[in-house]
Design a protein around this ligand. Sequence first.
Ligand code: GLY
Length: 594
Amino acid sequence: MKYTVKEVKRIFLDYFKNHEHKQIKNSSIIPENVDSLLFINAGMAPIKNVFTGQQIPESKRMCNMQICIRTNDIDSIGDRHHLSSFCMLGSWSVGDYFKEDAIRFATDLLTNHFNIPIEKLYATAFSGDEKRGIPADTDSEIYWKKVGFKDNQIVKCGFEDNFWRMGDGESPCGPCTEVFYDTGAEHGKSYEESGYFDDKKRYIEIWNAGVFMQYLQKEDGTYTNLPFNSVDTGSGLERLVMTLNGFDSVYETEVYKPILEFVAQNAKTPNTQSLRIIADHIKTSVLILNAGIEPSNAKRGYVLRRLLRRAIRHIRTIGAEPSLILEVAKRTIDNLIECDIAPDWNFSKEEIVAKIMQENDKFSKLLGNGLKEFNNFISREENIESGELKPELVFKLYDTFGFPFEMTRELAEENNIKVNEEEFNKLFEKHKEVSKGDIGKVFKCGLAETNEITTKLHTATHLLQAGLKKVLGDHVSQKGSNITDERLRFDFNFERKMTPEEIKAVEDFVNDVISKNVQVVKEEMSYEDAQKSGALGLFANKYGDVVSVYTIGEYSKEICGGPHAENTGDLGKFKIAKEESSSAGVRRIKGILN
Ligand code: GLY
């Protein structure tokens, strides 16, 4: 092997450091101030505000290695170069140098430090977009020629390919110029000037050598000028290592190779596609779990669930034991450290593996029966209409057997059957309304969505209310509650800010009940009996209605529609992340479990 991952990372960062760039740290994969992004998808995302002038940069020239997650490519995983998580090597000029120097740095680094012959390189340049009023980037063409590129090594591309922004929300953005590496005639037709540029197989993108940040994309999709021009570059480390070594795919790099080999040794019928999916998805799952996200049916938790469940299915496909996933996860963590591309660890290896084990236990049980049901569905002609599996059956696989929609789509495609996403989504929304309605009928406890995390947070909310009464006085009671995948929010009547000691005492109370592994007991009784039993309840129902009462040992008793965790021991550790005023005489707590 010519280049290791460690070496390529070092050469890239050293090059920019030697040209006065300050190395900044790798940020968490969870964006802090960007609502429109689920995960950090580029090195610039954590520092996006420096390009608009809202934040002062650590330096006008910066560089780093940032762990990125890209969820839009999940279905392409398994080809030569798509990954759901990767390391982005990045360099930036914030209001400092612009196009000419960026292109000069890129060519110098690739040809003189990574020793790539210049004729193997191709660069793209933005051809302009009349509709949006954005002119062509003719400067970049001139500068590429100046550093030695020939006309037929410069490919002009439109908005979709050569205009970069972080996502659909507000984002600094601009035309970009990408560098591609020619992997050779055995991978497809060569590029002729103005002809077809095969950027899927033969020419592999190795570096977005410059997003020339000149514009701000607004929420409504319009553009304004930024106060100054900047350069944002990004190169996928794994892809760069793949091309520098002449590998056929990113899976031959040491980030993936030992994992693929280990999985193959433990499989009865290994196939390349499954091996790649398993290695990629488990690596990304480890990174997402380390960021404190748990599998669920919404947003980040759903991405994680999709990845884990797809990996679990492919482990089954290759005839390996379901528990193999645990050893793969352990080895993946060790290997990230070995390759010098690990994140800061928020959880221990054991904690991350335990979370994977929970999801594995839950899904492995459902998977066998779900696959039987799926095969049963597709074996009957009446279930397929115009080549599509009936949407209600796709929904049943989701609802009863926990098959993420995308998994059923993949299974169906393997059998040349289609599924209808729009119809599935309609059923999904309808189901959500119905379950919300059911909860609404009894007592609203702030759950918009029910899944494992919100259920645990819901039980923690009951304990929180009990803790607040104990520490602040019995007159304190609930004024509002709202629970999302990430936190609980609880409003209660109280006149002043809580002291740090009071906050700690409430946290200790909740964590003490958690550590006692108390069973959460549900009983049904008339509203009148519930009141007599001393259960707390916010909304008075009509006399005679049957209500559910949830009791947590001697600590809490509330009238509530559920659902709740079975045992407080399932909750993890409770923490009050924030205590603030909500309105006059009402305080608001945000609490988390980790
Ligand atoms: N921020 C540049 C890129 O991701 O390509």
